[in-house]
Design a protein around this ligand. Sequence first.
Ligand SMILES: *[C@@H]1O[C@H](CO)[C@@H](O)[C@H](O)[C@H]1NC(C)=O
Length: 256
Amino acid sequence: MTISSSDMKHSAVIILMLNTFSAFSESALYGQFLGHCQFSSNDGHDAVYLEQYYFNKMLLAQYNSTLGKMVGYTKKAMKVADTLNKNQEFVTHEKWKTRLCKENSQLLYKGLLNSVEPYVRLRSVKAASSTHPAMLICSVYNFYPKQIKVTWLRDGKEVTSDVTSTEELSNGNWLYQIHSHLEYTPRFGEKITCRVEHASLTKPKFYDWEPVPDPGTQKITIGIVGLLLGLVFLVAGLIYYKKKSAVRVMVPTTEL
Ligand SMILES: *[C@@H]1O[C@H](CO)[C@@H](O)[C@H](O)[C@H]1NC(C)=O
């Protein structure tokens, strides 16, 4: 049997869907046969085809394309698996489905996952060198493809000095992350921005650094709030005192 590769791609989708087959009966017997295609690379080269046979939710046998054979998990299933593994037609058919699985993975990734938008986090850390007291890290996570541009802006102007960056690090799956560092001496009222350019974005994305007020300023703020609160209580107390003394004056008059 010869099948052109384009035919295969069309039939592949159908086969993978038909692969899930269930049977019910009134006596609560439940048989199920599931075909899985598992992969984590973007080109499908590591795709594994698994075909699992269940009866009453118990896994009886499984075909695993890495092993290239059916494995039984009960005595009877082992016998059946053994027979099937010796059957050339069965073996060829499973190999064919494995190929479809690999090709489909590639198609899916290219068609659905052209690019994946990153998640960006901006944070401040203690500077590593003594030239500048502050350092910002712009961490860009989970993007695809690998190509990316991360730059720093101070008041809208690109900064190139005192910028270091990691490589595009692989997450171990097909996604990447990168971390860019900016060492700087803070200037009052300036705006620092991390700019990310990537294929998943129609235009560059900007992430502004919002500095947390330093502990000194925070203490002053807390002090002022405390002072105001004290004043409010003082005024309330004075009013209460005045009212109470007014009532006290009235008490004797009503007794008379
Ligand atoms: C398939 O077989 C490979 C190789 O033995 C194994 O590493 C993998 O875990 C198996 N997959 C499953 C789902 O059993």
